[in-house]
Design a protein around this ligand. Sequence first.
Ligand code: HAS
Ligand code: HEM
Ligand code: CU
Length: 550
Amino acid sequence: MNLTKPQVFHSKDGALVLAHILFAFGALFIGGVAGLLQSMVRSGTIELPFGIGYYQLLTAHGVLMALIFTTYFIIGFLYSGISQTLGGQLLPIVNRMGWVGFGLMSAGTLLDVVLILLNKASVLYTFYAPLKASPYFYVGLALIVVGSWISGFGIFYQLKYWKKMNRGKNSPLFSFMAVITMIMWQVATIGVAVEVIVQLIPWSFGWVETINVMLSRTLFWYFGHPLVYFWLLPTYICWYVVIPKVIGAKIYSDAMARLSFVLLLLFSIPVGFHHQLMEPGINQLWKFIQVGLTFMVVIPSLMTAFSLFATFEMHGRSKGAKGMFGWVKVLPWKDVRFFAPFMGMLVFIPAGAGGIINASNQMNAVVHNTLWVTGHFHLTVATSVALTFFGIAYWLIPVVTGRTLTARMNRLGIIQTILWCVGMFFMSGAMHWVGLLGSPRRTAFTTYGENAEAASWLPYYVTMSIGGSILFIAVVLMIYIVIKLMRSPKGVTEYPIGEAEENAEPAPAYLEKWGMWIGLSVVLILIAYTIPVMEMMGPMHYDSPGYKTW
Ligand code: HAS
Ligand code: HEM
Ligand code: CU
């Protein structure tokens, strides 16, 4: 397949991809409205009208942003990439599986959004027991998970077929990474599926009186940490595979990129306890082991940083750049397909450093449940990941609709990126700072009975709402760009897929021994979880009735 000459994207696959992308941006818009209102409420600027509750709003924001915007965008992006790299077209059955997945996820999402709007499910996006939502909220969650499984199986099936047709060949880098992402997702979602189906649904329907809270939180975080990597891996796909092509460079090392994804698969699941460090009921030893594994999962991210620097620097040198940072000058700053994801990378440096602080047991005691953590993930998922997804949308929407990215949209995209970074600088910066001062996350406006210390947090809240307002303008601008891209002039846009250096050796075949990697991953999970989970189910555990606190 000649990838330097733009090809027309297969139209049936294009429709599937587009449906996912547009759904994602719909969620981003509504989630953005909620985010803006939250930051205004917290600063005491407004009070919510029509009896809307703060936690109702926060649930809508968390669910729509963290669960819906991300998952839809990711599945759309991955399907586009496997269609492009595994034969130029999805098998008809795979395309159908994509639509079935889309349908189930959308049914679940609509059900959940309605229940949140009816104030029957203000349990936040982590739906911790013993907070008890309408049982149908959990049914909606189950539909979303099952839908995503079917989409995932479609991806595996396409690769299997391609492998049959291309015996002995390494799968293309994009599809290799897409399959790892989905394997990780399938293994991780088993935890949340068990929580929802075995624990939450029977309990919320009233078939059983009580719930094992500790176990449910553990099952959630068994899923919840890999969830954040499910957002990150597609972002890395763009950084590893797309960005080199966009800037006209070669992929630094195909083998190292694959190795980093294998490590991400192995180490991203058995680490959920780093979200539960402050919880009683888990033996310190197991927390210690999982924190150790957490530091292991940092390594592939450092490898990624290294590869990216290497790509940029080698590219710069090949263009005659001199000195330590000469390569920075020759990067295509005016191309939004590069600029938006690049700003995501840049933000990921402090974002990742914050993560390492969180993971360190003693420091976690300082930051846990404060706005610091909210600041951390508005850098990781809401900036590094979100800006990269925006960066993808600028070319992906034209690719799948047979249109072009105009110079005007490119310019607006650059403005959008800058606005996002400025808004986030203020919002996330203030969150980090006031978090260190002790201000809790997940809290509506309160003066804590005119407490003087709490009063000193107010200026930070105001800064958060200024940042939030800038971010909201950026959300609106993004939606405008998406709508405009749908009406761009017709033309064929290139799907940017990078290539490795010509003389590079192919990646070793063992990297594609899926059975081995899944097996190893299961072993690590069993080591990290078996004994603590048995203890949680043992005679010392406590079962709680449900509560509706809103
Ligand atoms: Fe995190 C909480 C630890 C990464 C998201 N995290 C959260 C929550 C979310 C989240 C949503 O250990 C809150 C959940 C909730 O609601 O309670 N996190 C980590 C660690 C990492 C990490 C160790 N987090 C992420 C990513 C996320 C994400 C990625 C989303 C996408 N996080 C924690 C912990 C908590 C937590 C605790 C619990 C806190 C608590 O108490 O509740 C690491 O994976 C980070 C590794 C990253 C790096 C950076 C590498 C840099 C790169 C960029 C290179 C740049 C270039 C450009 C090349 C080491 C790859 C440079 C160019 C120039 C010119 C300079
Ligand atoms: C929470 C603002 C974009 C994910 C929050 C909070 C605020 C906020 C003020 C709540 C603080 C609290 O009371 O604890 C905004 C604004 C945004 C934005 C103004 C842009 C217009 C995003 C994006 C994502 C995201 C793009 C993810 C892709 C989350 C999550 C929570 C959150 C997961 C935590 C919800 C919870 O604690 O249950 N956001 N945000 N936000 N935000 Fe955002
Ligand atoms: Cu985590």
